[in-house]
Structure formats: structure tokens, C-alpha cells
Design a binder for this molecule. Structure first.
Ligand SMILES: C[S@@+](CC[C@H](N)C(=O)[O-])C[C@H]1O[C@@H](n2cnc3c(N)ncnc32)[C@H](O)[C@@H]1O
Length: 221
């Protein structure tokens, strides 16, 4: 079986393949879309140290940074090492554990619940697909406008160039074991700019590093 091949999800039974992948630091791990697509997730990179594309984000961070959907926390740890006040938040206990073990600070919180320092963060991060959190990117951006300080910064990673979709997904391993379905979204830079235009964010910069694409958004007022 090749690296991107996987068995179809088992008919029944809810597993937590994300926890297993975070435990070993390795995939295979996929987003299984309702239409049958299997989108590979790069757990090995998430569990590694910041690469060149990550460093292009770290260089742009200002002040106190909130990493939303921090996953295993390489960015939260990297930010602390660079002298930022930084906090990762994630709903998955394994992600919070991994972030702390990597040297970062993290809390098990949903971005849609109460957060420490609301309205005071200078920068928020949405990386590695976290723009999909909640399945409604406009609602996520509106929520983040409450979380960051006036004129604060949002550094968001886009997905594939022409992506613009909201869907139900499940996380699956390569053996047909899948978690419960949850709402998700995928946005390329164009779609991200269009969504931002409906929210209190203005697009300040876009950039590409290797195969990854990012946008810097500024909170209006
Ligand atoms: C695609 S992963 C992002 C990985 C991460 N940014 C990294 O660098 O490794 C999305 C993360 O968002 C988390 N998540 C999902 N819903 C969330 C929510 N409502 N609030 C906070 N985190 C959430 C998931 O548990 C997962 O770790």
C-alpha cells in the first residue's frame, strides 16, 4: 500500500486515530470527506520543528500570539523560544499534551468558548488547515475579531489554490478506523480573501513558501 492509500472507513465503531497519530508522531492520517475523498494530513510535519514555511509565519508574528487549533504545538513552542508570549489552544487533549511536552504553553479550549486574554492578543494563527475549524470560516473570522486586540493580526494558512468548500469529515487512519464526523472547511487564498471581506478583517498580504500559501489579515479597528 502506498503512503496515500488507505482502506475505506469501517462501517461502525468510533476510534480516535488523531490521538494515536499524535502519540507516535506519525501517520497515516486522513480527512475522509462525505463524498469519499481521502485527504492526507501531514502529522510528521506537525510533530516536527518549524520548517521554512513555518518560520515565514513566525517572523511575521507580533507581540502576544494565540495559536488556534495548535495541534501538537511546534509553533506554540517556537514562539516561546523566540521570546513571544504565546498560547496554543486545542480541543484535543493529546494535542495539548504534545504541545506542553514540546515546550509550549497550551490549554484545552474551543476557540468558540471563553479564552484567556480575549480582546488582547496581538496575533492569532490559523495554520495547517485550522481555517476549517467549525466548518464556517466567516463565523471563525468574526469570532477571532473578538479575540485579538484592535488592529491585531491574523496569520492564516490557505489550503489548495481553488478550494472553497464546507463539508462533513472524519479523521481516519490507514486501516479504516475513523473518528466521529465533524464540520470542516477548506479555503484557497481567493476564497479566504472573499470570506474575509464579509468580516472585520482586511487582507494585508499574501505569500507563498514552497507548496504552502498564507494570508496576513488586519483587524479593522
Ligand atoms: C488541521 S489541525 C491543525 C494542526 C496544527 N495547526 C499544527 O500546527 O500542527 C486542526 C486542529 O484544530 C483543533 N480544533 C478543532 N476544532 C477546534 C476548536 N473549536 N477550537 C480549537 N481547536 C480546534 C483540532 O483538534 C486540531 O488539532
Amino acid at each position: 500500500m502506498g503512503p496515500h492509500a488507505a482502506r475505506r472507513p469501517a462501517a461502525s465503531g468510533i476510534a480516535d486515530p488523531y490521538a494515536a497519530a499524535l502519540g507516535t508522531g506519525r501517520g497515516p492520517l486522513f480527512l475522509h470527506c462525505a463524498d469519499g475523498r481521502l485527504l492526507p494530513l501531514d502529522v510528521e510535519r506537525w510533530c516536527s520543528v518549524p520548517d521554512a514555511a513555518d518560520r515565514s509565519v513566525l517572523r511575521r508574528c507580533k507581540g502576544a500570539v494565540l495559536d488556534v487549533g495548535c495541534g501538537p504545538g511546534r509553533m506554540a513552542a517556537g514562539l516561546l523560544r523566540r521570546g513571544h508570549r504565546a498560547l496554543g489552544i486545542d480541543i484535543h487533549p493529546g494535542a495539548v499534551r504534545h504541545t506542553r511536552a514540546a515546550g509550549g504553553r497550551a490549554l484545552r479550549r474551543s476557540v468558540f468558548g471563553r479564552l484567556p486574554g480575549e480582546g488582547g492578543w496581538h496575533t492569532a494563527l490559523l495554520l495547517d488547515g485550522s481555517i476549517g475549524i467549525g466548518g464556517d470560516p466567516a463565523a471563525l473570522l468574526v469570532r477571532l475579531a473578538e479575540v485579538v486586540a484592535p488592529h491585531g493580526l491574523l496569520l492564516a494558512e490557505a489550503t489548495g489554490e481553488d478550494d472553497d468548500e464546507r463539508m462533513a469529515v472524519r479523521m481516519c487512519d490507514g486501516h479504516g478506523r475513523c473518528g466521529a464526523p465533524f464540520p470542516w472547511a477548506r479555503l484557497g487564498l481567493r476564497a479566504l480573501a472573499a470570506v474575509a471581506a464579509e468580516t472585520p478583517w482586511s487582507l494585508e498580504e499574501t505569500w507563498q513558501q514552497g507548496s504552502r500559501a498564507f494570508a496576513a489579515l488586519r483587524r479593522e479597528g
